[in-house]
Design a protein around this ligand. Structure first.
Ligand SMILES: Cc1cc2nc3c(=O)[nH]c(=O)nc-3n(C[C@H](O)[C@H](O)[C@H](O)COP(=O)(O)O)c2cc1C
Length: 292
């Protein structure tokens, strides 16, 4: 939809806040208190900053009609201590019950994920929510089959001697691949860890920042899940298997187009962790001022 942007001069108080926040320098003001002008409106990325920041409701943007603008009650925001505690408490909890994840919770996790920033505000991140047992089982099976194939290839007597010398790091993973197969054969789920829901986060193939956008969405969603007492696990094995599925067999069968960059397995925890633990010491280096 082409952008229509204007300033309602009967409402504008000329505070200049829209000028300061617009990433494209579309709003201009010759001096403090002067009327707001517009330039390069065609380069607007529809981030909505101008609409959201205006204290007088004076910015008219056709992508943000009144019903899409909501006041923020700053008193309701979590404190920095609460945000940090949430980050500390978030874990990949793999002790899950067989209770389903409530649909409403999945909806809220997706909403939180969808709120994450995207490069140039493209908002091309999509979510596939899977709760059907048969489909989850098919995805687990697909991943196991992929890793079994990789293990077979690595152990092939004609391949092994050469590849072991050229790519020794691949062989470090072999025991893990074998463990996946063993656990699966024993009736366990080493891929989704008995999760009852899976959210696949994907973008169009041509989106250059698709991986960054999708993984920022993931992290919003994972913190939301933690806040609701729902466990999430990043599905790295599944992503590896999807990346190897050059013909996109699995995704096509699920009706998913584009590239899946992140996957969140979700389940109801059997219990919560009573403690958080320290991570390795953080690496931070303050770059000293450079000599001129
Ligand atoms: C890129 C990535 C891939 C991961 N893949 C898996 C996976 O396939 N299976 C799994 O159980 N956990 C997976 N994890 C979870 C990590 O093992 C976990 O985040 C890490 O051990 C730290 O634990 P925490 O998340 O509880 O802090 C993955 C995490 C990331 C960031």
């Amino acid at each position: 939809m082409a952008i229509q942007l204007s300033i309602d001069t009967t409402r504008c108080i000329r505070c200049g806040k829209c000028v300061k926040v617009c990433p494209g320098r579309i709003m201009i003001q010759a001096e403090a208190g002067a009327p707001i002008g517009l330039q390069y409106t065609e380069s607007c990325i529809s981030c909505g900053h101008c609409v959201a920041v205006c204290p007088a409701g004076a910015v008219r943007h056709n992508h943000f009609p009144e019903a899409t603008v909501h006041p923020i009650d700053a008193e309701q925001l979590p404190t920095p201590e609460q945000v940090l505690l949430l980050c500390r408490a978030r874990r990949s909890n793999r002790a899950l019950s067989d209770r389903p994840v409530p649909q409403e919770a999945l909806r809220q996790i997706v909403e939180a994920a969808h709120r994450a920033p995207t490069a140039s505000n493209r908002q091309q991140v999509s979510f596939a929510v899977i709760t059907d047992r048969a489909v989850l089982d098919r995805i687990i099976r697909f991943t196991i089959d992929t890793f079994s194939g990789i293990a077979r290839m690595l152990e092939h007597p004609l391949v092994r001697p050469l590849l072991r010398r050229l790519k020794p790091e691949l062989y470090a993973y072999l025991p893990a691949f074998r463990r996946l197969q063993r656990e699966y054969a024993e009736g366990r789920d080493p891929i989704l860890r008995e999760a009852q829901a899976l959210i696949l986060i994907h973008t169009p193939r041509e989106n250059r920042f698709g991986a960054a956008d999708a993984n920022l969405a993931y992290q919003n969603g994972s913190l939301m899940a933690e806040a609701m007492g729902i466990s999430q696990i990043y599905t790295g094995f599944l992503l590896t298997a999807l990346a190897r599925d050059r013909k996109g067999r699995l995704l096509r069968s699920l009706g998913i187009e584009g590239t899946v960059h992140a996957g969140m397995a979700l389940g109801m925890p059997l219990f919560r962790f009573p403690n958080y633990i320290d991570k390795k010491p953080v690496t931070v280096r303050e770059i000293p001022a450079q000599e001129k």
